[in-house]
Design a protein around this ligand. Structure first.
Ligand code: 5GP
Ligand code: MN
Length: 319
């Protein structure tokens, strides 16, 4: 795909990403936004995302995001959904539905393609890597665009460590760091550094974690009361499930936080044997083989029971 071809003649272009935007979602949306503003100067380009976490404030153009999902555009000539299918666009879904033409760019295996034109590459590390691919005129890339895309790639690959990191991922990252931003500082400040409160909740979640299925699964949970006590927001819980997965002998890690009286947001991580995208999809969520998520109704115990049934089934098939 050449995104400039798709954007040809579009007077108003909208860009949206998924609810609770992560590094790849913010990086890909802002990288594409900054690029389209340069590549299509006659078009009005607007980006719709929930307010990104504070750690992403180093990305250029963040204050131009329509975080309230308001616009004076009646119908976009082109709307581009990134890092998700249209169902998780939140307040931007209506703009996608009403747009004259839609493009969907994503790397989630669970996304069957919800645009008129789709570029869904489940093998790609990140949507940010795909944005680099759809930019044909590489000469227009500048330090700010490169930085945004690099942040997205770095977050979705766990600093180029997870198995979604390919030779192409590293070649793209190599091109991007040639623009000269301080990548080492970016990795520290956006990926590893935690606030005191974030570390406290992490410690608590690890302390209260439970091993089950003969030590092949680990689960932990943070309830609403605890979130309120620490004044924590969902983004403060990023990374907990990855730490749980780093437990010797564990095939599958589950972390959940309470979103309502009988509702939890669940994160799943696998060490390879269990396809957690399949588990999440079964309950209406989605993601990748080794990292997926879903919102589920019920008590903590109901949810663990339901998930472990699907996980055990996969382990039985493979052992
Ligand atoms: P996380 O556990 O970090 O929230 O998400 C892991 C992966 O699963 C991400 O790629 C994310 O986009 C995807 N994911 C998380 N929650 C959901 C969900 O409720 N629905 C779908 N379709 N994907 C999700
Ligand atoms: Mn992603």
């Amino acid at each position: 795909m050449n995104i400039c071809e798709e954007a040809k003649g579009a007077a108003a272009i909208g860009i949206g990403g998924h609810v609770r935007p992560d590094g790849d979602c913010v990086g890909s949306a802002m990288g594409l936004y900054l690029y389209l503003k340069k590549a299509c100067p006659e078009s009005r380009v607007q980006v719709f995302l929930e307010k990104p976490a504070e750690i992403f404030s180093c990305i250029a153009g963040l204050d131009e995001i329509h975080a309230d999902f308001a616009t004076d555009v009646e119908a976009f000539d082109l709307f581009i959904a990134l890092d998700t299918s249209k169902e998780r666009l939140g307040g931007a879904e209506k703009y996608f539905d009403e747009a004259k033409k839609t493009v969907n760019i994503d790397h989630h295996i669970s996304n069957k393609g919800s645009g008129d034109v789709n570029y869904i590459m489940p093998k790609a590390s990140s949507t940010s890597e795909l944005i680099y691919n759809v930019i044909e005129d590489k000469a227009l890339i500048d330090e700010e665009i490169a930085k945004a895309l690099y942040i997205g790639m770095m977050h979705d690959t766990g600093v180029f460590q997870y198995s979604n990191t390919s030779p192409d991922t590293l070649k793209t990252a190599a091109e991007l760091i040639s623009y000269g931003f301080d990548f080492s500082r970016l990795i520290d400040e956006t990926f590893y550094e935690k606030t005191y409160v974030q570390n406290q909740i992490l410690g608590r979640a690890l302390l209260e974690s439970l091993l089950f299925m003969d030590g092949r699964c680990v689960v932990s949970m943070v309830d609403k009361k605890t979130m309120d006590f620490y004044r924590a927001v969902p983004a403060d819980l990023d990374g907990i499930v990855n730490q749980l997965r780093n437990t010797r002998g564990v095939e599958c890690a589950i972390f959940m936080y309470q979103t309502n009286v009988l509702e939890y947001k669940v994160s799943l991580r696998s060490n390879g044997k269990v396809d957690v995208a399949k588990v999440a999809e079964f309950f209406g969520g989605g993601g990748h083989m080794r990292a997926a998520g879903v919102t589920m109704p019920g008590t903590f115990h109901d949810i663990v029971n339901n998930l472990s049934g699907r996980i055990a089934e996969q382990l039985r098939e493979k052992e």
